[in-house]
Design a protein around this ligand. Structure first.
Ligand code: NAP
Ligand code: G4F
Length: 329
């Protein structure tokens, strides 16, 4: 039997690396869309870290260039497409709202149109986000909770979300949206708060810096591990019928609590090192997110497996190891 073929956009990001690893383990032929960078030596650093850089095929292309997507689909001939590419940093979306709308929003339409033209039988996963709940309309958010986006990023994701549903209903595509709550890992970008904290804690522990400057310490998130969350993406595309699912842990914690856990892991106190810097505040904030993933549990048999304590420990340990060996990621 021929191997299943998957195309991942955003393959060089956090989730792209974990999903590649999962699919390679499952015997897939994995292809990825790679946007050209002047720093070509670091573009696949996450794929190298996770051990799959030489097991995936990368294709030059960009979500804003529809012709490049069509060409990559013609070459890769995927039966499953995971659209993970995005300008994914919420704070930057106020600085670059048009770019965010073009990549994160319109990029999904480019993918859907290309799929419809080249390989309409392929199954499609859209990386939707809990950020779409924004100013939450219910204390616990599920697939039926109304959305209230609070950033250009969230508005762009909401457009992509509804376009995916619209294409499913209009053209009968096997297209599904995963409304994923925050998920982190040692491969998280350094600008996101959890990795900024784990890296900062490791630096303070090793005597490389004294303080950690953060923004809103009271914001609360439902934080899981990316390794667990890529499994739900794959499970969604194995179902006979496309559908939308929330993935979350069902536990929320504040940025302050995340700091306390991370500093305690190395025998330090967050209160001795964390300072608030107004530069890291946002024009509008999502105060609290807490997800209900019971639909994914009941229909897909999926549950988050990693506790917040385990996640924090793994991230801090990875940053300590990196700094000790002068590895950059
Ligand atoms: P990430 O680490 O920021 O990765 C984003 C990926 O998109 C990178 O590979 C990036 O390439 C690529 N990309 C950006 N602009 C592109 C363009 N114009 N053309 C092609 N590729 C482009 O994000 P992540 O944490 O893995 O998240 C994956 C997806 O899930 C994103 O869509 C994100 O918005 C969404 N999401 C994430 C979370 C979370 O908590 N992590 C939660 C819900 C939804 P470069 O490497 O070249 O920058
Ligand atoms: O780590 P963050 O930047 O992630 P955010 O904004 O929740 O977005 C992430 O999760 C979304 C899912 O809900 C994804 F769709 C999105 O792509 C991304 O992966 O910030 C988390 C919280 C915010 O409330 C922020 O204001 O941490 C607060 N925070 C406090 N100090 C900080 C900082 N965030 C960052 N990045 N840096 C700080 O110094």
């Amino acid at each position: 039997m021929s191997r299943k073929r998957a195309l991942i956009t955003g393959i060089t990001g956090q989730d792209g690396a974990y999903l590649s690893h999962l699919l390679v383990e499952k015997g897939y032929e994995v292809h990825g869309l790679l946007r050209r960078s002047a720093s070509a030596d670091v573009v696949n650093s996450r794929l190298r870290w996770i051990g799959v850089a030489d097991k995936v095929t990368l294709h030059d292309g960009n979500l804003v260039d529809q012709a490049s997507i069509i060409r990559v689909l013609q070459i890769a001939k995927p039966s499953e497409i995971y659209n993970l590419a995005a300008q994914s940093f919420v704070k930057s979306s106020w600085q670059q709202p048009s770019l965010t709308g073009t990549v994160t929003g319109l990029g999904a339409t480019h993918m859907l149109e290309a799929l419809r033209t080249v390989c309409p039988e392929a199954r499609f996963y859209q990386a939707s986000s809990s950020e779409m709940f924004g100013t939450v309309q219910e204390p616990v958010q599920s697939e039926t909770t109304p959305f209230y986006p609070r950033s250009p990023y969230a508005a762009a994701k909401l457009y992509a979300h509804w376009m995916t549903i619209n294409y499913r209903e209009s053209y009968g595509l096997h297209a599904s949206c995963g409304i994923l709550f925050n998920h982190e890992s040692p491969l998280r970008g350094i600008e996101f708060v959890t990795r900024k904290i784990s890296d900062g804690v490791a630096r303070i522990k090793l005597g490389l810096q004294e303080t950690l400057a953060l923004g809103n310490l009271d914001a609360k998130r439902d934080w899981g591990h990316a390794r667990d969350y890529v499994k739900v993406m794959w499970l969604m595309l194995q179902q006979d019928k496309p559908d939308d699912y929330v993935a979350a842990t069902g536990r929320t914690a504040s940025v302050r609590e995340f700091c306390e856990l991370a500093f305690a892991h190395v025998g330090l106190r967050a209160g001795d090192h964390v300072v608030v810097d107004q530069r890291f505040l946002r024009p509008a904030e999502v105060d609290v997110l807490l997800g209900d993933a019971s639909k994914a549990r009941d229909k897909l048999g999926w549950e988050a497996e990693t506790s917040l304590e385990q996640l924090v420990a793994e991230m801090v340990d990875a940053d300590l190891a990196r700094l000790r060996t002068h590895e950059h990621l």
